[in-house]
Ligand binder design. Structure first.
Ligand code: PRP
Length: 211
């Protein structure tokens, strides 16, 4: 029997996913060694193989079939826009994609002004401003610490993830609008979904029973 291969998002998401697999009776002892730099792990009895990848690469591995399944944040699924099936909400990693900025930026949104929007998620920001709000804006791609942008005058607002809200609070920024809710999702390769339908269905049912 060939392994079903599962791409996990390195970091907290992978840890939570493995805790869920363990609860479902599929432990992966090898992966618990924090000092290990190993990237790929197997559970022989279950016929499963797990590997760790950077979040934005998980949908890529799944679309091309290098992984049958993946666990990744909804933010990354939306941003990457890959061809795959999103089949399950795991209910953890919950947060929101929001438009944030100083209070003074609110009228700029309401008046649909031509503003600068800094974000790590240019595709999500484009879809939100162009297709949903019908507001023309200039999107500026950044790679992290997005909250800096309106403080130092790079942009009027940002599109970013808000979890507890403490980064915003500590930097004097506010949620000005919500784009969408986010959480960890299971994605499946479109061919695997047909070829391995039974095994994938069983695996998802098992995960659902402990979710
Ligand atoms: C994320 C996000 C916010 C922060 C939100 O950043 O981009 O900055 O977490 O969390 P909070 O609402 O609980 O404060 P992350 O820590 O992943 O790093 P980054 O800024 O480098 O993207």
């Amino acid at each position: 029997m060939r392994y079903l291969t599962i791409a996990l998002t390195k970091g907290r998401l992978a840890e939570k996913t493995m805790a869920l697999f363990e609860k479902a009776g599929i432990p992966c002892e090898e992966m618990k060694d924090k000092n290990s730099r190993k990237l790929i792990f197997t559970n022989e009895e279950a016929g499963l193989r797990f590997f760790l990848a950077k979040g934005p690469d998980v949908p890529t591995y799944v679309e091309y079939g290098a992984a049958d399944l993946g666990v990744v944040g909804k933010d990354t699924i939306l941003e990457e826009g890959r061809k795959l099936y999103e089949v399950m909400d795991l209910g953890f990693g919950k947060c929101r994609m929001c438009v944030c900025g100083p209070k003074e930026a609110l009228p700029l949104l309401e008046d649909k002004r031509l503003i600068h929007v800094a974000t790590k998620y240019p595709n999500i920001a484009k879809d939100y401003f162009f297709n949903q709000r019908h507001q023309t804006v200039e999107i500026i791609k950044l790679n992290g610490s997005i909250e800096l942008a309106p403080i130092v005058g790079l942009s009027e607002v940002i599109v970013d993830i808000v979890e507890t809200g403490s980064t915003l609070r500590e930097n004097g920024l506010h949620v000005l609008d919500e784009v969408c809710d986010l959480s960890a999702r299971v994605v499946v390769n479109q061919v695997s979904m047909k070829m391995e339908a039974r095994r994938i269905r069983e695996l998802l049912a098992l995960l659902k029973s402990v979710c």
